[in-house]
Design a protein around this ligand. Structure first.
Ligand code: NAP
Ligand code: MG
Length: 486
């Protein structure tokens, strides 16, 4: 059965899935939105081969040509924004606020950013170096330069939370650097990504430069990682899947960019501006129902302000309106699926069994349909509580008290993750001193706002490599050294 309108993009052709099509469910209404194409493993291999065939010519195109195509795709995306926003809302359950800010426009911004990225220098001159006399040669000056070369075929595999934005964050820099791509979105919400494929096709990218394959079977993603045509895997998703990908990729020595799970700490010191601290934490806590890897889901509060922090977060929970994502004042929409709601509810129950006090939420709101969990606050947690150690990917915050700076750092560093932490203190010297002791890729000081030029990625089990700005661009390149006498 053909998936009306939604098709794969393989070697410049829009085609149906050989495995038929499967249902995409609206997480708020639980109704079927549409059907997405179900690719076969043979189609995955065909897409990877098409990308490999397209690579030599694409890697030699002028940077200006790549920039123009990326800008053209951004223009076409902008033209289809009124269609994409409701589609993304229907398949992800994103609220009006999230869909009309982060989910769609950010994707266009990323394309524009990497259109400029295509024009950034790829050659770095080095100072001439004196070569010591050896048995091989008699010395003399050696000049050298580093050339950033594309890696080849990049498999881009993304999670369900921000489907087209995660995709744009990978294919933008990959194409800008002269790579070709094969793309696989998450099974839950691939529809807008297939529209994105139509846009890339219409923008005029040469056949095979961008290939998009969707499916509900685990074999689709696995086949990409295993394909001999793939030179690099750029993956965003959970830590266990990142580990599985790393094992397979290692055998083929494929380059890896892994953006994995997070369990952000928000450290609040006695001298913090509590309005800023609580406001910042509450803003990310509920954003996209907590399905965001950077959220400060562990609030580590100093004893002098602990009660005020808990009371402030409890009051904030009451203001986070839960409901229909299409209603303009809704702040918290549904989780992506029944499976995800089950995971969140089970971890809340374990946290409470292990001694956390339930201060808000912990139950389903009174709504007829949808995979909702009310914003949940767990207080008085011990650092080893499962609710403090494990990722929810839902609207849940766990609060842990601390006495002094060393203890705060030890608690913050006491999980397997290291993606994004936050320090709230009126003493900027202390805030910076603490930040530098945190084993994490990103630290916000008295803010939950991001800077998209800053390299983004994880320490420890939160991943390998960096996205974002020029650093993210370079992640999609190999350094080649060229050396000559003189
Ligand atoms: P997930 O279960 O890890 O899946 C992510 C993607 O990987 C999906 O497309 C999935 O599709 C695919 N996949 C699963 N197993 C695979 C395998 N063995 N080989 C190749 N592909 C495979 O993650 P999710 O549930 O969608 O998203 C939530 C997770 O993403 C959270 O852990 C969150 O922290 C993380 N995340 C991290 C960042 C960051 O920047 N660090 C950003 C957003 C989200 P199939 O299941 O169909 O195979
Ligand atoms: Mg999954």
């Amino acid at each position: 059965m053909a998936a009306a309108g939604y098709q794969l993009l393989i070697g410049g052709e829009r085609v149906d899935g050989e495995g038929g099509a499967y249902d995409i469910v609206n997480p708020a209404t639980e109704a079927v939105v549409a059907q997405a194409p179900e690719a076969s493993v043979a189609q995955v291999e065909a897409a990877a081969r098409a990308a490999a065939d397209a690579f030599p010519a694409w890697s030699r195109t002028k940077p200006e040509e790549r920039a123009a195509l990326l800008n053209r795709a951004a223009d076409l995306l902008r033209d289809r924004m009124d269609e994409l926003i409701p589609l993304v809302q229907a398949e992800t359950g994103a609220t009006q606020r999230v869909a009309s800010t982060m989910q769609v426009p950010t994707c266009i911004e990323r394309f524009r950013r990497y259109a400029k990225g295509a024009l950034e220098p790829t050659t770095i001159p080095l100072p001439p170096g004196e070569m010591p006399s050896t048995a091989l040669a008699a010395g003399g000056l050696m000049s050298a330069m580093v050339v950033r070369q594309p890696v080849g075929v990049v498999a881009c595999i993304t999670p369900y939370n921000f489907p087209i934005v995660n995709m744009a964050g990978k294919i933008g820099p990959a194409l800008a650097m002269g790579n070709t791509v094969v793309v696989k979105p998450a099974p839950q919400d691939p529809l807008a990504v297939t529209v994105f494929g139509e846009v890339m096709h219409a923008a005029g990218f040469p056949a095979g430069v961008v290939n998009i394959v969707t499916g509900s079977s685990p074999e689709v993603g696995q086949a990409f990682v295993a394909s001999d045509h793939v030179d690099m895997v750029s993956f965003t998703g959970s830590t266990p899947v990142g580990q599985a990908i790393g094992e397979v990729a290692g055998r083929g020595m494929k380059r890896l960019l892994l953006e994995l799970g997070g369990k952000g700490a928000g450290i609040v010191f006695d001298d913090a501006d509590l309005k800023t601290a609580i406001g910042s934490i509450a803003s990310v806590w509920a954003f996209h129902s907590g399905q965001i890897c950077t959220a400060p889901t562990r609030v580590i509060a100093q004893r002098g302000v602990y009660d005020q922090v808990v009371a402030g977060l409890q009051a904030a929970a009451g203001r986070l309106k839960v409901g229909d994502p299409l209603a303009p004042d809704t702040i918290v929409g549904p989780l992506i699926s029944e499976v995800q709601r089950g995971r969140v509810e089970s971890l809340i129950a374990t946290g409470v069994e292990q001694g956390a006090e339930l201060m808000a939420g912990g139950k389903r709101p009174d709504l007829a349909t949808g995979f909702y969990v009310a914003p949940t606050l767990l207080a008085g947690c011990k650092p080893d509580n499962a609710a403090v150690q494990q990722e929810f990917f839902g609207p849940v915050v766990a609060v842990v008290p601390f006495d002094d700076e060393d203890e705060a750092v030890a608690i913050a560093n006491g999980t397997e993750f290291g993606l994004y932490d936050y320090v709230f203190s009126g003493d900027t010297t202390r805030a910076l001193r603490v930040a530098k002791q945190l084993r994490t890729g990103n630290v916000g000081l008295n803010t939950a706002q991001r800077n998209h030029e800053a390299p983004f990625g994880g320490f420890k089990m939160s991943g390998v490599g960096r996205d974002g700005g020029s650093f993210g661009l370079h992640a999609y390149s190999e350094m080649q050294s060229i050396i000559w006498p003189g």
